[in-house]
Design a protein around this ligand. Sequence first.
Ligand code: PXP
Length: 239
Amino acid sequence: MKRLGVNVDHVATLRQARMSSYPSVVRAALLSESAGCQGITVHLREDRRHIQNKDLYSLKNVVSTKLNLEMAMVQEIREIALDVLPDQVTFVPEKRQELTTERGLDLKELKAFEDFLDPFFEKNIEISLFIDPEKEQIDFASKMKVSRIELHTGFFAEAIDPEIKKQELEKLYFASKYGNSLGLKVDAGHGLNYQNIKDVVNIPDIEDFNIGHSIISYAVFVGLEQAVKEMLSLLGESQ
Ligand code: PXP
């Protein structure tokens, strides 16, 4: 069975919309875990549009599965991450104006930043790089000695033309297989929902799926535990 990391950023989005004290991100994480998910993912953005520093510290105290922190390669967030010590960090590109992460890291441009990762290696924090499903990016990731990559599924999820969707799906098959062959653990995420998960769940080389927006949206109607359970049952349907 594939593993599910629930991204609870959008629980914080709802809270920040009114600058209220609810809904609780911690409660969302605990409910997701009691529903059976295998990890909790949050993105501490530089503009703090949803997750706040204190959320991260609170989650560190309660998450008993895996706490995966998505972050940009910037010094300020690195200091916080090294203070909190999540189980895993996933580096993502970040732009102020974007609604959400738009694409993967361009590792070719980041070669010079390899030193940035050193303290994470020293503290035994697992490192993942969020990249587009491209061979060149996987080659760079493998040279950077990280243990995981997360393939950006957004292009697949957003494709409307069936031919383009098929091509994007094939890229995910190829990239995950190639990543595995280089010794990388391969995860995937972005834009996945209760419909399109059926296409990617059978990709054998993908281990974890990080899913947020669709689960939190569905939870509005059925409750978070039920929303997580239904996604887990779809993940369990891999052959
Ligand atoms: N993985 C990464 C690296 C992301 O940046 C996001 C969005 O925060 C997700 C997964 C989850 O995407 P979605 O909210 O579309 O499920």
